[in-house]
Design a protein around this ligand. Structure first.
Ligand code: GAL
Length: 665
């Protein structure tokens, strides 16, 4: 297994490198990721390339038997380049240039920037493609970080016009499909179409924006495509100059401006950056991080790496809490449990200068290995010992939640009710299911749904007839589908489709939505198969027609009307959930539905704060049991197991220390 660390040789004197490499090897670290911010070191002035530092560290690391993940350094375009071509800078929605002083200050549609990227990528690829220790390349660093997917510069304006032209063919078609007769917004030509930047009606503080929603959705797709095109361009350049090892990119669990399903396609594997200790608000390191792992796995429906695995306290202007002893190990196991077969810690040693002086790594500022190093070393040894179990098994799920970026963008622009948050809804439902000890995938709509016993489709607003027929064949064949409120009401142009709701899914659900209530933060009582619970955010008022009613509202003017229904369709069933609710209430709903659908669960009884994930190898399971509590827990067992880590034979129960982990089989 890949067990690595992000390393910045440009921050440390050369005579320290051998000691760093020695300490790494002692901790089972076999891989370093380097160079993503090294452009100004490699090309200190235009066309003058200096590979002295990179040659040395690659040579030294190779001699130490290290694997190297080499990055294209385009995340930090140097000052000389920006001074020569200020046109490369991004422009924000208010028309202001996003200037120099941090990173990612380039526009993805700058032709000039592409040319300079091409030159440095060529130099690096030619020089290092033959190096057998360079086992993978990473493109750039976290495309889209710092809100940089959407740019409003003149390069983007020109590129957007072309993008629209190739989509619509004629300006008349654009005006018609997007509904430009509203407020007389007809555009006379593609060149005249504006980027949806701030208008007189926009008021960020009040969350108001006024552009045509269809144009906005197209702009989101275009901006995401611009990043995709730039990524493909970099991959092609690397391949052209001899790189024949896998190419990856580090995604982020919490970024929503990029269509990651599309972006994942051209890579051999994807990775993501996982920082559980900056999970915040109602999200915890257990629930938010577990959701992000499942989501990222779904981007390619495959194994992945964590390219930046948290290794200490962190923050930019102030620090977040120090990971408690055992937590770094727990988070590493959590990654592996959910499907990571490469773990690279961020970072080896915290910088003594620059923006991220507070962002801790495996060592401390003084370079001394202490508790975090010991914990990571212990984890490395353990993972080596159980590597067969990990590499020989894969996570299998009976449940899949359908996720969509078109919906992310559409819901965010016009969010239905005051506190409507699409990703929060998906996260809450995911968590309600996994807290029942059920493995759960999160994927885009796909033709291979038959592998799942239960497909959950929350708030699938933007939808098409094709998607409805794909779901119809899944359900007819015996599948179980759960659809929620705010599904099926918009077409692919982000226009309300004018159908009786839930639109294309109406026949599947066997109901009509006859009215609705944007409840916001008010609550509406519900009662039925799941006992009593409270609806919030949104309540559909339903005519249940021939479906079976499973729950009703019990208060307010629509008291007595259905809010959860089930309809037989072919050999399968379709549930409709007409309201949003909290995590424990969703858990009751999905406890019922998943039981009916015959969904597999871990055979262990759920214990609060204890996460279980099962991985399957030729028919038999191993179960990762992870205690996210600060206190010890006792997990009752259904039979005797062996813990692969401690090698203990376990009887009736498993005791886990605070943040303790077991892998049982
Ligand atoms: C990541 C980023 C790293 C580093 C880290 C800490 O998102 O990829 O380069 O900045 O955060 O801030």
């Amino acid at each position: 297994m890949i067990y690595g660390t992000d390393y910045y040789p440009e921050h440390w004197p050369e005579d320290r490198w051998p000691e760093d490499l020695r300490l790494m090897r002692e901790a089972s670290i076999n891989t370093i990721r380097i160079a993503e911010f090294m452009w100004s070191v490699i090309e200190p002035s235009e066309g003058h390339f200096d590979f002295t530092l990179l040659d040395k560290i690659i040579g030294m690391a190779s001699s130490a038997g290290m694997n190297i993940v080499l990055c294209t350094p385009t995340a930090a375009p140097p000052k000389w380049l920006m001074d020569l071509h200020p046109d490369i800078y991004q422009t924000d929605g208010s028309g202001k240039t996003r200037g120099f002083g941090s990173r990612r200050h380039y526009c993805f549609n700058s032709v000039v920037f592409k040319e300079y990227s091409r030159k440095i990528i060529k130099e690096m690829a030619v020089r290092y493609s033959g190096n057998k220790n360079v086992i993978a390349w990473q493109l750039d660093n976290e495309f889209g970080c710092h809100d940089t997917v959407r740019c409003y510069c003149h390069n983007c304006s020109t590129a957007f016009s072309k993008w629209l032209e190739s989509k619509y063919g004629s300006i008349a078609a654009l005006n018609e499909k997007l509904g430009m007769s509203f407020w007389g917004q007809h555009y006379p030509s593609f060149e005249s179409v504006v980027l949806p930047a701030d208008t007189v009606c926009d008021n960020k503080a009040a969350g108001m924006h006024a552009h045509n929603p269809g144009l906005f959705l197209d702009y989101c797709r275009f901006a995401s495509d611009s990043v995709f095109d730039y990524a493909v361009f970099q991959i092609n350049e690397l391949r052209k100059y001899g790189v024949n090892v896998p190419i990856t990119h580090n995604f982020m669990g919490s970024f929503y401006d990029l269509d990651y399903y599309k972006l994942a396609e051209p890579f051999e594997f994807i990775s993501w950056d996982c920082y559980p200790n900056i999970a915040h608000g109602p999200f915890s390191s257990l629930s938010e991080v577990s959701y992000n792992h499942d989501k990222v796995r779904g981007y390619r429906n495959d194994k992945y790496w964590v390219m930046e695995q948290c290794s200490g306290q962190n923050g930019w202007n102030y620090m977040h809490e120090t990971p408690r002893p055992g937590e770094i190990r727990l988070w590493a196991y959590q990654s592996v449990a959910h499907g990571a077969d490469g773990l690279v810690y961020f970072r080896w040693r915290p910088a003594l200068f620059g923006t991220e002086q507070y962002w801790h790594g495996i060592l401390d500022h003084d370079g001394v290995p202490r508790q975090r190093y010991d914990e990571i070393k212990q984890t490395g040894k353990e993972l080596e010992a159980i590597s067969e179990i990990v590499t020989g098994s894969r996570i299998t799920s009976d449940v899949c939640i359908l996720n969509s970026f078109d919906n992310t963008w559409s819901h965010a622009y016009q969010k239905h009710s005051e506190n409507f948050d699409y990703n929060r809804i998906l996260y809450t439902i995911h968590n309600s299911i996994t807290s029942l000890n059920i493995n759960c995938d999160v994927r885009a709509m796909c033709p291979d749904l038959a592998a799942y016993r239960l497909v959950v489709m929350p708030a699938y607003n933007i939808s098409s007839e094709e998607e409805a027929s794909l779901l119809a064949s899944y359900v007819s064949g015996g599948g179980c589908l759960a659809i929620t409120f705010r599904s099926g009401n918009r077409d692919l142009y982000n226009k309300i489709n004018g159908l009786v709701l839930p639109g294309y899914f109406r026949e599947l659900c066997g109901i009509d939505v006859i009215n609705y209530d944007a409840a916001g933060s008010s609550v509406r009582p519900v009662s039925g198969i799941t006992g009593s619970l409270n609806a919030n955010t949104w309540c559909d008022i339903i005519n249940g027609k021939d479906s079976t009613v499973l729950a009703e509202y019990t208060g307010g003017f629509y008291s007595g009307t259905p809010c959860i229904t089930v309809n037989n369709f072919g050999k399968g069933k379709v549930y409709y959930i007409g309201f949003n609710t909290d995590m424990p209430s969703y858990s009751k709903i999905f406890d019922y539905i998943s039981e009916k659908a015959g969904v597999r669960r871990t055979p262990l009884r759920p214990v609060p704060g204890v996460e279980t994930v099962f991985r399957t190898a030729s028919g038999s399971d191993c179960i990762f049991v992870m205690n996210h509590n600060e206190t010890p827990v006792i997990v009752p067992l259904d039979r005797a197991y062996t813990d692969a880590i401690s090698k203990d034979r376990l009887g009736e129960c498993l005791r886990l220390e605070p943040f303790g982990v077991a892998v049982i089989y």
